[in-house]
Write a protein that binds this ligand. Structure first.
Ligand code: FAD
Ligand code: SF4
Ligand code: SF4
Length: 493
């Protein structure tokens, strides 16, 4: 079978024909290297990763497209400021280890961010190559190159486990084990503190493990990062619910923690508040994805709690979570999956690539459609969704055009399962059990912007619990920022 991670003959000839020293014109003529992927008709029946990743020659050819802009517009839009031209320049010269070192100066999780960052809104958005072609799809594929470098390092056994500094005599608790907490724990342990990570679930990794499906982010990659923490000496406790097992006050006053970082995320699903949401066969996307990812519901022979056997699935929402739920439903055996979204594809918050992949796999998109009720059969099991048409009105505070419902346009569509994916808020448990912890009206922790310290001295927070549902790279950046502030505090600076 053809190895898709090898250059095809045409691209090979193009690489061979490139002059030794490339000028901007030569670089602009190299077409973007497509990401080798599993065929849609095959991948929609398996849980394996959709994107296969670049091979070496593909990465080198793609890296040669970079113009090495002095003003680095790409780096300016990377939330952690990776020196993109420098790492891409090393890839172009096949100096992959040096490329890795450049990335690791700023990011702890390149194999993850290279896969799931919304690059079209971040590093790739202002890429000069994309702008020269007046097409963002022509931007240098920075995320794919970052993923390539991280995967190359793993394949070549280059695993950088940082060596912690000498024992500082301080003890720090990290609540949660998502990207914010992984980053915080690594930087705190590097400074020589005794670090304890407390995770409520039986598996570590946060949304990277229970939310984002295997076909987009293999769990083994997340496991690798957690193993690194353990190898550095971080103590990891699962099934430990802060607020119940121990409270923040107990950790601070009785268990001797000198500082605490809270990265408890935004795991509480929102519902629509429409009639019928209590019927059998209605799931929050969180529950649906957690059952599939964490409890292996897709593996009928091993699943502890098999998922609902649905044939026609409606997914409400237009973000990454909705795409993940829809594509997971297909892989679990649904014959027909529809995304029901009240605006148009233009306004969808999901990453473009995810929308395209869902489309290729056969997910139907019902745009300008607002679900207004769910109907059930005599046994209380979902049988239909009542949908109202919408048109686009003026832009709202988010800058996107507001959906306006068209009265009298209600119509019923047959479904036997509904997945609600309209967003998450923070879980109120820690707030409810911690006196003096200030939160805003959405329940997000209020922190000092410079240090990420909460209203309780010595207690810091970052990631989705502060930002609301955000992104992996932003959560990771906040974990590092808080760790730096804790390190300064414990060093008496
Ligand atoms: P989380 O990853 O939510 O981790 C929080 C952890 O804290 C969890 O493990 C939780 O169990 C634990 N916890 C909570 N309360 C307690 C407690 N009281 N005691 C102990 N532990 C506790 N972002 C992207 O950048 N790209 C994507 O493609 C993308 N896709 C997504 C798809 C889905 C389905 C979802 C849900 C989110 C997606 N996101 C994506 C968003 C991204 O995953 C989050 O922004 C990010 O994971 C937030 O990291 P975090 O560390 O703040 O929290
Ligand atoms: Fe782009 Fe994300 Fe990598 Fe930054 S971390 S360079 S935004 S893919
Ligand atoms: Fe390279 Fe694009 Fe960054 Fe310029 S903006 S340095 S072309 S990746």
């Amino acid at each position: 079978m053809k190895d898709k991670t090898q250059l095809n003959d045409e691209a090979k000839a193009r690489l061979a024909a490139l002059p030794e020293v490339l000028g901007p014109k030569d670089r602009l003529q190299i077409p973007v290297c497509p990401m080798p992927s599993q065929e849609p008709s095959v991948r929609c029946h398996n849980m394996q990763e959709v994107a296969l990743g670049y091979g070496e020659d593909q990465a080198v050819l793609e890296a040669k497209r970079c113009l090495q802009c002095k003003n680095k517009p790409c780096t300016a839009l990377c939330p952690v400021g990776i020196d993109i031209p420098r790492f891409v320049g090393f890839v172009a010269e096949r100096r992959f280890k040096e490329a890795l070192d450049v990335i690791l100066e700023s990011s702890l999780l390149p194999s993850i961010c290279g896969r799931v960052c919304p690059q079209e809104n971040q590093c790739q958005k202002n890429c000069t190559v994309g702008r020269s072609h007046k097409d963002i799809d022509q931007a240098v594929a920075i995320g794919r190159l970052e993923r390539f470098v991280a995967d190359w390092a793993a394949q070549n056994g280059i695993s950088a486990v940082p060596v912690p500094a000498a024992d500082s005599g301080h003890k720090v608790a990290v609540v949660g084990s998502g990207p914010a907490s992984i980053a915080a724990a690594a930087d705190l342990r590097k400074a020589g503190h005794e670090v304890w990570m407390f995770e409520a679930l039986h598996k570590t990794g946060g949304v990277l493990v229970y939310g984002i499906p295997e076909f987009r982010l293999p769990k083994a990659l997340v496991g690798r990062e957690i193993d690194k923490l353990a190898a550095m000496g971080v103590h990891i406790e699962t099934n430990y619910l802060v607020g119940r097992t121990r409270t923040i006050k107990e950790l601070r006053e009785e268990d001797g923690f000198d500082a605490i970082f809270i990265g408890s995320g935004a795991g509480l699903p929102k519902f629509m508040g429409i009639p019928g949401e209590n019927y059998v066969g209605v799931f929050s996307a969180n529950e649906f994805l957690t059952r599939s990812n964490l409890m292996k519901a897709y593996d009928g022979s091993h699943a502890a709690t098999p998922l609902y056997n649905a044939k026609r699935v409606a997914v409400f929402g237009g973000g990454n979570v909705a795409m993940d739920a829809a594509r997971t439903a297909l892989r679990l055996g649904a014959e027909h999956v529809s995304i029901i979204y009240r605006r148009t594809r233009e306004e969808m918050p999901a990453r473009r690539e995810e929308v395209e992949h869902a489309h290729e796999e056969g997910v139907e998109f019902l745009m300008l459609s607002q679900p207004v009720a769910i109907k059930a059969d005599e046994r209380g099991r979902v049988s239909a969704v009542v949908v109202r048409d919408c048109v686009l009105g003026e832009a709202d505070a988010s800058g996107r055009r507001r959906p306006v419902e068209v009265e009298g346009s209600d119509h019923e569509l047959p479904f036997d399962c509904v997945i609600v994916a309209i967003g998450n808020t923070s879980n109120p448990l820690i707030k409810m059990t911690t006196e003096g912890l200030d939160v805003d009206k959405r329940g997000n922790f209020i922190v000092n912007e410079e240090t990420l310290e909460t209203s309780i001295p010595g207690v810091y927070a970052g990631g989705d619990i502060v930002l609301g549902a955000a992104t992996v790279i932003l959560a990771m950046g906040q974990g590092r920022k808080a760790a730096a502030a804790i390190n300064r505090r414990l060093a008496g600076k």
